[in-house]
Write a protein that binds this ligand. Structure first.
Ligand code: ADE
Length: 418
């Protein structure tokens, strides 16, 4: 078996952590048990480009239990947990190509290595596999049934391909499932982003001014958690609707240009490029902390920051201090890469449980529907989404009410009024 990981000697620690996560992934465990019996993915090759974490390991084990042959590469050079990569290879015989801190060239070599599997299904977090297949490995297209995509940024890339009529196989936007973005993006990103910032800086949030750039599901989650920790939260937005929502949720809303002089901590979660730029850095307070929790490291203008800085030094793990001409210092966290996975461990297992249940069931759906889907971006069918919600609720020991026949009839009639 070919693989490329940092050190197989780390596998014992990795296995313990994978099992710890498994305890908090009851829905995925349930699916795994069924997969073991039914083998719905028998003989299917799946190339995966995901953050190499304990939760992802549990997804890989589930796909393999369903009969799939999988290969895993990282979806970010800094998010790989080397002990998990080692354990997947050593304990579970799953090929992994990922080393934390790998350079750009190695990152793309690893993607190529995972594609050597000649996948029938691709599983992406950020659309790198799909993008490479469409631009450099078109020979693989004929063998592909379809792919899945985990994150908002990836889905945006896929929709651009679809809009340009360039998409070559069907894709399931796992991100768009309700059981994914309502929970993973909001509660997962909210908590894990704070976790990353706190592990990197050990700052007290209470009383600080915390600026959240972007009020999508991730931004909402982060703003709410930061408020809960006692921070004064400012939201910046470009969408009028989201800006009203943020205001009515109790946050200050203003242009970033105004917020820069007030903020102690800034976090981008917009999915767009150059959100915090040199004109913003120049007006920030001495010691301001700047981090990104969006998928790619493009949201903070790193080149601009370098250009206006007289010097820089690493002052703690994950913290680089840039000294501006004015003498003021800006602290950049995690090289502007997604801070929740760089300085912390990503979203907790119990929320990834639903996200990865979606991934496993999306792969099964693609296999079942092979040949029936067009090269388009699809949502997972609503019944699968509801099924995951029911499984999660039941694993939490929560029961809910059922509509009475009379209520069902009322909801489907138009005659009954005042
Ligand atoms: N994305 C965010 N958190 C994650 C995690 N724990 N595992 C995999 N992908 C993630």
């Amino acid at each position: 078996m070919k693989y490329d990981v940092k050190d197989l000697g780390l596998s014992e620690r990795g296995k313990l952590r994978i099992e710890w996560a498994e305890d908090n992934m009851p829905v995925l465990r349930f699916i795994r048990e069924r997969f073991k019996e039914e083998k719905p993915l028998k003989g299917v090759q799946i190339s995966c480009c995901l953050h190499v974490t304990t939760e992802t390991a549990n997804l890989m084990i589930t796909l393999k239990s369903g009969g799939a042959e999988v290969a895993l590469t990282a979806s970010n050079p800094l998010s790989t947990q080397d002990d998990v990569a080692a354990s997947l290879v050593d304990d579970y015989e799953i090929p992994v190509f990922a080393i934390n801190g790998e350079d750009r060239e190695t990152y793309y070599q690893h993607i190529d290595a995972a594609l050597e599997l000649h996948p029938q299904i691709t599983m992406d977090d950020g659309a790198d596999l799909v993008s490479i297949i469409h631009s450099q490995r078109e020979n693989l297209v004929s063998g592909i049934i379809g792919g899945t995509e985990e994150t908002t940024t990836g889905v945006i890339r896929l929709r651009s391909l679809e809009k340009a009529s360039l998409l070559k196989f069907p894709l399931i936007a796992v991100n768009d499932s309700k059981t994914k973005h309502f929970f993973d993006n909001r509660y997962g990103t909210g908590q894990s982003t704070l976790d990353g910032i706190l592990r990197a800086t050990n700052q007290l949030l209470a009383g600080s001014t915390f600026v959240v750039c972007g009020y999508g599901w991730c931004g909402r989650g982060l703003a709410t958690k930061a408020k809960g920790m006692g921070a004064k939260v400012i939201v910046t937005e470009v969408d009028p609707l989201k800006a009203i929502e943020a205001t009515m949720d109790g946050f200050w809303v203003m242009p970033l240009e105004e917020a820069v002089a007030m903020g102690d901590i800034f976090v981008t979660l917009t999915g767009d490029i150059n959100v915090i730029r040199r004109e913003h850095f120049l007006k920030m307070k001495d010691g301001a902390i700047v981090a990104n929790s969006g998928h790619f490291n493009v949201e903070i203008d790193l080149k601009g920051l370098e250009e206006i800085s007289e010097g820089k030094k690493v002052v703690r793990d994950y913290v680089e201090e840039f000294r501006l001409e004015s003498g003021r210092r800006i602290n950049l966290l995690g090289q502007g890469r997604l801070i929740n996975l760089v300085a912390a461990e990503g979203h907790p297992a119990s929320v990834m449980d639903m996200s990865f249940a979606n991934q496993a069931l999306a792969a099964e759906y693609l296999k079942r529907e092979a040949g029936n889907l067009e090269p388009k971006v699809y949502k997972i069918p609503a019944q699968i989404d509801s099924h995951i919600a029911e499984l999660k609720l039941s694993s939490m020991g929560i029961r809910i009410d059922k509509l009475t026949p009379e209520q069902v009839e009322y909801l489907s009639s138009w005659q009954l009024g005042t």
